[in-house]
Design a protein around this ligand. Sequence first.
Ligand code: GLP
Length: 234
Amino acid sequence: MCQLKTIKVQSREEGSRLAAKLFADLAEQNPDKPVGLATGSTMAGVYSALADMGFRPTCPHAFALDEYAGLPQTHENSYFRELSEKFAHATGWTGALHVPGVGYEDVEAGAEAFEETITALGPVSVQLLGLGSNGHIAFNEPGSAFDSVTRVVELHPQTRADNARFFASADQVPTNAVTQGLATINRASALLLLVFGEGKRPALLQALSDPGPMTPLAALLDHPNLTLITDLDI
Ligand code: GLP
């Protein structure tokens, strides 16, 4: 049964501040559990809000949702680097950041190792989530199995086109990524989904009104603690 709780906000800024507060509260209530981080423009506002409110995470571990395959950790578009700067550095956090595939030459082996680690150290207390314009969750593209775990995936052309804005040219966007699976994400104790802007409306509406194999969010709708924060009237 869908247990989604929706919080409508007036703006992206208000939504980011609210998400930061909820994230900090859940992390503080579970100080020994890892937190779950996400990347992308939606999350940048949340990490700024966390830093602005003086939040100092004490969790020993944090798990990222996904990472491009083939980018070095130091690449300006690597999610490892983005989270190191926008979350760890900005909040003064010094715990261990686990990013799928990072640290492994063999990305398949890296994906497997990540799944083992998140299973051993989890459940994640609170997982931040965004939504791709084509409905992807992390890099679980439409059609991803609902019981999927961390693995190497091919990026959808729409995802590569959307993310080209972060790269010097469209052909520099990696073709593959390593992502937590939908089942991996579903094991977090709480899920905070942030959806801002008209560009996300079609994907959100499709997932809520006609959930199915082509709407990855459908895999999470029965989660007992899923909160959607959005500036859209839905
Ligand atoms: C990216 C990430 C996702 C993110 C989504 C939305 O490609 N892999 O985890 O939620 O796309 O990104 P944005 O917030 O920039 O729209």
